[in-house]
Design a binder for this molecule. Structure first.
Ligand SMILES: *Cc1c(COP(=O)(O)O)cnc(C)c1O
Length: 431
């Protein structure tokens, strides 16, 4: 299995090289040359398979040239050591909880998988890989935790000063070892721009192997399909056709669900729910893709004005808007609608949703209103405690802080303040 660049100007590479490079030399995202559906028996018998068996079968074809069976099994056993429960909160509406990992966000799955792949690849090699990542909140924590202590890998995280929550900041600034946090005087777009500049800076590329741990990296993106399959395993017994609603920012998560669909998983439809950063909902309405600067919201992990993975989604459906529309609907919601949803969900079912999950819920309800025959699953992408002020303020209740968060809260924060790209370059070259 090779991965080719969606810009079409770089040569196809195997999984290992795609992971180490992150992005193709021509600036394109890597995309698998083929996706072979799994046999029908796999889906018939999925209830009898373990999480690890399901994940192994799903990802095997993409990685097997570079990860022998035993290495892949060992990696999956470490990555998937927590649960992905599906809970029905209303008739035909279930929530898939993705926050039971170490940093309580779904990004733990992709970040841990990628870290262990890079660790495996650097085992018998001299090269040190520098993982450079910009975060608006959750990515940084998941990457810091996933890569902590991985030999041969240095991790540099850029985050916007004062614009991530206290818990998120603790998660990415207190670990130390091979993880460095750079606190940028600016917003998330500034962080992202600096990272993009570094990837095309020939002074840097000649001296170090730089890669990205954002969802553009195939090793972060693809494993996200696992929990769509775990959800299918749990929902299959309902005997109804299934739709997934995914709170979306960079559209990596939903795109991985669509890969599971291409593997043959029976899914009737996907719903991409966004906050007011509505580039994709607008595209689905008008057929025009118009990226814009991001606007801040209470679901800040989705404040993205130019979602990097949307190009992969278009590719998956043959770059055809009609085919895409059959499989995807997209709706945008304001902060005030999101808070009302958090309140309504709690009032009706006692369930506490975080702002991202609440956006997913709204997307699902909007779609189900027109299509009541389906069974709907929305993804709860982070634990509500990570958005403490909003959730406590909206519900007027006090949330308990879980132990894995407590652990980092009182540790000493260590970050290096930077202002411009020159500062970043100086850090990378000289530290
Ligand atoms: C990253 C993130 C998202 C958005 O996921 P994408 O793959 O970028 O679409 C949604 N919710 C939470 C909590 C996140 O951290």
């Amino acid at each position: 299995m090779k991965f080719y660049s969606l810009n079409g100007k770089s040569k196809p590479v195997n999984f290992k090289e795609a992971v180490i490079r992150g992005i193709a030399p021509d600036g394109g995202l890597y995309f698998p040359e083929s996706i072979t559906a799994l046999p029908e028996e796999f889906f018939h018998g999925i209830a009898t398979l373990s999480q690890n068996e399901i994940a192994f079968r799903a990802i095997e074809q993409f990685v097997s040239e570079d990860l022998p069976e035993h290495a892949l099994s060992a990696i999956l056993a470490e990555v998937l050591d927590f649960e992905f429960p599906l809970m029905e909160i209303e008739e035909n509406v279930a929530v898939l909880e993705l926050f039971h990992g170490p940093t309580m966000a779904f990004k733990d799955v992709g970040a841990r998988f990628m870290a262990r792949c890079l660790g495996h690849f650097s085992k018998n090699s001299e090269i040190e890989v520098t993982v450079l990542v910009a975060t608006s909140g959750d990515t940084g924590g998941a990457v810091a935790s996933g890569f902590l202590g991985v030999k041969g890998v240095r991790v540099v995280i850029l985050y916007p000063s004062g614009k991530v929550s206290d818990i998120q900041e603790s998660q990415l600034t207190t670990l130390g070892k091979n993880v460095v946090a750079l606190e940028v005087n600016g917003n998330f777009d500034d962080c992202q721009k600096m990272v993009k500049s570094a990837f095309v800076d020939t002074d840097l590329l000649g001296k170090m192997q730089l890669t990205s741990a954002n969802s553009i990296n195939v090793a972060r993106w693809l494993p996200q399909m696992f929990y769509f399959l775990f959800a299918y395993k749990q929902a299959k017994k309902k005997g109804k056709e299934i739709v997934f609603s995914v709170p979306s920012g960079n559209f990596g998560n939903i795109c991985a669900g669509m890969v599971a669909q291409q593997l043959g998983m029976p899914v009737k439809h996907f719903i991409a729910a966004t906050n007011i950063n509505d580039t994709v909902p607008e595209f689905m309405k008008t057929g025009h893709y118009r990226p814009k600067p991001s606007s801040p919201t209470i679901s800040n992990a989705m404040d993205v004005g130019d979602p990097s993975n949307f190009i992969r989604i278009r590719k998956l459906y043959g770059n055809d808007l009609e085919t895409l529309s059959k499989n995807l609907s997209s709706f945008a919601f304001t902060d005030s609608a999101t808070k009302k949803a958090i309140f309504k969900i709690y009032e009706q079912s006692g369930y506490i949703a975080d702002p991202h999950g609440a956006v997913g819920y709204l997307g699902l309800k909007t779609y189900l209103a027109e299509h009541p025959e389906f069974y709907g699953i929305f993804l709860e992408t982070a634990h509500p405690v990570k958005f403490l002020e909003v959730v406590e303020g909206t519900l007027g209740i006090h949330l308990e802080i879980p132990p894995q968060i407590q652990k980092v809260l009182h540790k000493e924060k260590k970050s290096i303040k930077i202002g411009t790209y020159i500062d970043l370059k100086d850090f990378l070259l000289n530290r």
